[in-house]
Design a protein around this ligand. Sequence first.
Ligand SMILES: Cc1cc2nc3c(=O)[nH]c(=O)nc-3n(C[C@H](O)[C@H](O)[C@H](O)COP(=O)(O)OP(=O)(O)OC[C@H]3O[C@@H](n4cnc5c(N)ncnc54)[C@H](O)[C@@H]3O)c2cc1C
Length: 595
Amino acid sequence: MNHYKAPVQDLRFALLDVLGVESVYARIGAGAVGADIIEAVLEEAARFNETVLAPLNQSGDQEGCHFDPDSGRVTTPRGFKEAYRQFVEGGWSGLTAPEAYGGQHLPESLGAAVKEMIDAANLAWGNYPLLSHGATEALKHHGEDWQKEVFLRPIVEGRWTGTMCLTEPHCGSDLGLLKTRAEPGPDGTYTVTGTKIFITAGEHDLTENIVHLVLARLPDAPPGTRGISLFIVPKIRTARDGTLGEPNRVRCGSIEHKMGIHASATCVMNFDGAEGYLIGQPNKGLQAMFTMMNTARLAVGIQGLGLIERAAQNAAAYARDRLQMRSLAGPKYPDRPADPLVVHPDIRRMLLTCRTLAEGGRLLALHAALQVDLMERAPDPKEREAAAELLGFLTPIVKGCLTEWSIECTYHALQCFGGHGYVREWGMEQLARDARITTIYEGTTQIQALDLIGRKVIQLQGAGLKRFLGLIVEFCTAQTGNPALAEFVAPLAQAAQDWQQLTMEISRRVMEDPQELGAAAVDYLFYSGYVALAYWWARAVEAADRVGDARLAAQKRARARFHFQRLLPRTLAHAAAIRSGAGNLMALADDELAP
Ligand SMILES: Cc1cc2nc3c(=O)[nH]c(=O)nc-3n(C[C@H](O)[C@H](O)[C@H](O)COP(=O)(O)OP(=O)(O)OC[C@H]3O[C@@H](n4cnc5c(N)ncnc54)[C@H](O)[C@@H]3O)c2cc1C
């Protein structure tokens, strides 16, 4: 059995000591959310996640969801419904949502910390409320007042959940291909017809209604992504006063049998002339959907983080208990028949990779979430704009890197368990299977990478990158005279310079050959992730020294060294791959890639 202890102390350290959220919250009108409230929320979330969600993780995986083809109904595994009831009762569904619609309006950065715990405790369960958060954002920014009143409020209150219906059988990464149609009716409603696949939480038994946000085409829509509109399609028809009517013409056709997240229902959804309501402007649906997708992309990055943390915890505990072979330096525990695994350098390499990526990744993700708070609440419009640029730049890095690292780390953790990791009993293979989806949904790693280098860096002329590099330069300048940080500041400043140089080289190459963009993209994504983490590790050391807790300071310093000496050098291989260009990928004809 696999355990989970919420990392409350490290979350507290990240929010309060490194990111200094108290002063940021005060500046953006959330000054009431001080250290005491932050600590209380973290403690209460830890209790809920450790005692309610975590115990359902393995049983949910083994039982999976049930589908009844006659009724089209999905039943979630035992205990899920009761856990959802407790989640709603605890006020977690509206934690960051607007007060006007029944939410608590706590900062998104604090919500992200809570979300990490949910994902670590029970990733599959967490997928049911996950898209409610995205639907809240889409409705909040693009919905009409009546739509907010009728659909947003029950989602915030947790009485209903949301979905995001993009994917169709022939249309995944390329949304321009989608075919679902929406015909306008005489009364201002639309009839939506088409098939969506892979819809997370498309059908379930946790709530009385489900609000589907569906991308579809109007009859006169231009082709491609310029002709996509966004519609609300409730599972149960809903009058403007909020009363529920007849079931809508939308039905779950089946659920997928899949590698991981067995307890998360992945549904084929058939819309057969279902009643829907347009959100925002006709043909501008992708813009509205992007509000939801950006929220969901950060959220999936945080799923990766939760999995890394849980894998790291379990592997470290096992490595202390399991006795195998002696230390190369001679017996370290001579009174035992063998030394514990933790004495072996390569076990430590794997454990430290997981621990370093968890704690560094936490800062990366929480900093991105803090940009959402600044973007929405900072009094100065310039600061809001800066936060939006930084958030746009960081989102593909958080999503792309944290999910890829979750695959790496759950595999390292499984390896630490040896054969006991491969069998079901310890739950490590579940973590590895569950992690695998995170690099696929909400835009694959390739799509994140293209978004980063293509749109966020080249198209937007590096606006977000410049802001992040500015943070690094500011930090390095401020710490130049600090001997305690010297071992990190010089290599960090160098890494920032190299990153900038590499970015310019890629931009030049892309002007000559557009294929260079795709050839460089994923390596550039990882490169950016390792440099960004170097910044956060240097900041963590500085903060830990400042806090004055000697044990914490020594731990953070050792982990930062591990990052700088063992993980940051991975950028050299990524840079070499990028500089080798597109030629070695494109030389063979399409039919020469087969054996
Ligand atoms: C469990 C699960 C839950 C999901 N939940 C939802 C949901 O709630 N709502 C929803 O709408 N969808 C959902 N999806 C769909 C998911 O978002 C898509 O599977 C994903 O976007 C990829 O689309 P695809 O599977 O069609 O792959 P494709 O788009 O066919 O891509 C196949 C491969 O080609 C790569 N590729 C594509 N284009 C390029 C390019 N230009 N350059 C380099 N590589 C490229 C991709 O990265 C991928 O590796 C879910 C999927 C799963 C499996």
